[in-house]
Design a protein around this ligand. Structure first.
Ligand code: PGA
Length: 246
């Protein structure tokens, strides 16, 4: 009942020429059984969208306001206007580099939902937090604080991404067992969120996913797809990830 989602997070990468090469390759992607989504740099959203009917486009971040004196920010209302389907909120790079905390992230989640954008809320622990032993309580607070005050009408617009920080861009993927254990834990915690149906909410894994390891991850009951950085940049690799997700 949960559809597999393969979501590319391009971060601050991809030139116009790279995007053209990417879309040439994925034009041959047909009859996909998964949802194939890409979050390019926001300035490339319309361009990418105009080049492919197969993939849905979204943003890597948005403001907690629709408009106003917030120089440099990305309005969720304008993202929706431009055709964005979803927004990633709380990526570990936003949390660590831009110091976004749970309170702000929750405001962003609510604002994005108000604008009918699907939200991918990211949670994840650092290596130090994992080694401290009690990393699950950190994940729990990221999850429940991020989803505070959402309403039942939003339940189909929430996706969770578990991205252990130590696995992002490091080549150190969590083992399928490690990922499944955390996904099952998160699904259990989602039961406390009255607005959501825990069993129907997709939980994606992210952190060094590539064609060579995606199948082992997706075989697990609670892993419903992947949020992919590096391996989503090349059309061939993204296509392969989608095709392996049947
Ligand atoms: P990675 O990035 O696949 O390059 O590890 C994942 C992410 O940051 O979402």
């Amino acid at each position: 009942m949960r559809k597999v989602h393969i979501v590319g997070n391009w971060k601050m990468n991809q030139s116009v020429a790279d995007i053209n090469a990417f879309t040439e390759t994925i034009l041959t992607m047909n009859n996909l059984s998964c949802e194939a989504w890409i979050a390019p740099q926001a300035i490339h959203l319309s361009m990418l969208q105009s080049k492919s009917d197969t993939i849905k486009v979204g943003a890597q971040n948005c403001s907690n306001h629709n408009s106003g004196a917030f120089t440099g920010e990305l309005s969720p209302e304008s993202l929706k206007d431009l055709g964005a389907h979803f927004v990633i909120i709380g990526h570990s790079e936003r949390r660590a580099i831009f110091k976004e905390d749970d309170l702000l992230l929750n405001q962003k989640v609510l604002k994005a939902l108000e604008n009918k954008l699907k939200v991918i809320l990211c949670v994840g622990e650092t290596l130090q937090e994992r080694e401290s032993g009690d990393f699950k309580s950190i994940l729990k607070s990221q999850l429940l604080n991020g989803l505070k005050d959402i309403s039942a009408t939003d339940k189909e617009n929430i996706i969770i991404a578990y991205e252990p920080v130590w696995a992002i861009g490091t080549g150190k993927v969590a083992s399928p067992e490690q990922a499944q254990e955390v996904h099952a834990f998160l699904r259990g915690e989602l039961k406390a969120v009255e607005a959501l149906e825990a069993q129907a909410t997709p939980i994606l894994y992210g952190g060094s996913v590539k064609p060579a390891n995606i199948q082992g991850l997706l075989e697990n009951e609670d892993i419903d797809g992947a949020l992919v950085g590096g391996a989503s940049l090349k059309g061939e690799s993204f296509k392969e990830l989608c095709e392996l997700s049947k």
